[in-house]
Design a protein around this ligand. Structure first.
Ligand code: HEM
Length: 410
């Protein structure tokens, strides 16, 4: 694998197209990404899609290396295919930055994710999940009635969003992440995204005058010392951009994690039984669900300089998808990767990313995953999923279900 500096950021030149057509916005991909992911790993580990003009890396070692190599695989045009191709990033947030800007931002926002803060949230996480699980009957939808609801409630409480705004925020975020056969946002989605950001901004201004014990107030107070001895803090626009990121990054993903878990355990009742008998395996089970069906199925980068791998050169300026969901099923990295096994020794798991941008909310997501599984184990010692009622979301970057109908068995 080699990388080389390009003299000037060049416009991508076309490489020979890879031998098959793969559309990451097609219904067949949303329904089951794995057949395509296998072909990509085996036949075109550096894949080029001529029609949609993007590249894709799928093997575990390549995806991990690319995630770490921020000098080549840049986030400055965002992490979605359309933002890279259109070259538009309004108000760059942490996820659209490279080090060293990203390092400063990360130091500041990390204050709100310190282990002490996250552990302190656990009683609230338990209370919120108990509340939603308490309303579940013998037949319910594990996503629509449960996992679509509690993560946003947890994030909104953590951030300090007033109760009456939380449903509006959740629907808005769902709406702006939806994609139908094309990577771009519609004008109406853009309008809703602006409405949400404007709301977060007014909240940040309000908290500056009226601090509370929420994340916005913590972010307002956060300061770090620069190398030159001066201090730096976040302004209201930076706080707004960060809060806008959390809805998608921190709620949609956990929603998908639990939906995927219920489908997987429905298909592997022996593993659910094992979890009943050995609840100490729950944290392991969360890792295995994340590996087997990672909610963040890919992220995207813009090439800051040329990259060559497996005989294919990606030019500077091109867009590349880093296929996390393909990497975590790579038999070059995992023994028998198609086997869903909660006893598997956890090993390097790319589900939360890797390197500079590795997930800031991983500890919180793991707590939410563990508590939700504990609660579901109690509610449904045995269950079946009505597979005919499964519905997938059509989103960019994230894979999972919008509906998982479940029946508790006697
Ligand atoms: C199962 C749940 C989750 C999954 C699978 C997940 C996955 C990821 C991944 C793959 C990245 C890296 C993206 C990239 O490199 O382009 C990331 C970054 C991030 N995640 Fe998560 N995430 C989850 C939950 C959360 C939660 C609960 C929060 C916050 C409360 C959160 C906040 C963030 C933030 C702020 C970043 C950006 C970090 C940076 O750019 O330095 N995530 N996440």
């Amino acid at each position: 694998m080699t990388t080389a500096h390009a003299a000037e950021p060049a416009l991508p030149v076309s490489a020979p197209a890879s031998p098959f057509d793969w559309n990451p916005f097609a219904q067949s991909f949303y329904n089951d990404p794995q057949p395509a992911y296998r072909r990509l790993r085996d036949e075109a580990p550096v894949y080029y899609n001529e029609k949609q003009n993007f590249y894709a890396l799928s093997r575990h070692a390549d995806v991990a290396e690319a995630l770490k190599d921020t000098a080549t695989f840049s986030s400055t045009r965002g992490i979605e295919l359309h933002s890279i191709q259109e070259g538009q990033v309004a108000h760059a947030g942490i996820i659209q930055m490279d080090p060293p800007e990203q390092t400063r931002m990360r130091l500041l926002v990390s204050r709100a994710f310190q282990p002490r803060v996250i552990q302190g949230l656990e009683p609230e996480v338990v209370a919120v999940i108990e509340h939603y699980a308490g309303g579940l009957g013998q037949e319910f939808d594990a996503v629509a009635d449960f996992s679509a609801l509690f993560p946003m409630e947890i994030i909104s409480r953590m951030v300090g969003i007033p109760a009456e705004k939380r449903d509006w925020m959740r629907h808005g975020i769902d709406y702006i992440l939806g994609r139908d056969n094309s990577p771009a946002m519609t004008d109406d989605q853009m309008r809703v995204a602006i409405e949400l950001s404007t709301y977060y901004y007014t909240l940040a201004v309000e908290r500056r005058n009226n601090p509370g014990d929420d994340m916005i107030s913590m972010l307002i107070e956060a300061e770090v010392l620069r190398e030159d001895g001066t201090k730096t803090a976040l302004d209201d626009i930076e706080i707004t951009t960060f809060i806008s990121l959390l809805g998608g990054a921190g709620a949609e993903t956990v929603t998908k994690l639990i939906g995927n878990a219920v489908v997987l355990f429905g298909r592997h009742p022996d593993q659910w039984q094992l979890l009943q008998e050995r609840p100490e395996l729950i944290p392991n089970a969360v890792e295995e669900v994340l590996r087997y069906d990672p909610p963040a199925t890919y992220t995207a980068r813009c090439l800051a300089r040329e990259y060559t791998g497996h005989g294919v050169t990606i030019p500077a300026g091109a867009a590349a998808l880093l296929l996390i969901g393909a990497a975590t099923r790579d038999e070059r990295a995992y023994e028998d990767p198609e086997r869903f096994d909660i006893r598997r020794e956890p090993q390097m798991n790319l589900a939360f990313g890797f390197g500079a941008h590795r997930c800031l909310g991983a500890a919180l997501a793991r707590i939410e995953g563990r508590v939700a599984l504990e609660r579901l184990l109690r509610h449904m010692p045995r269950f079946e999923v009505d597979e005919s009622g499964l519905r997938r979301v059509n989103m960019t970057n994230v894979l999972g279900y919008s509906n998982v109908p479940v029946r508790v068995l006697p």
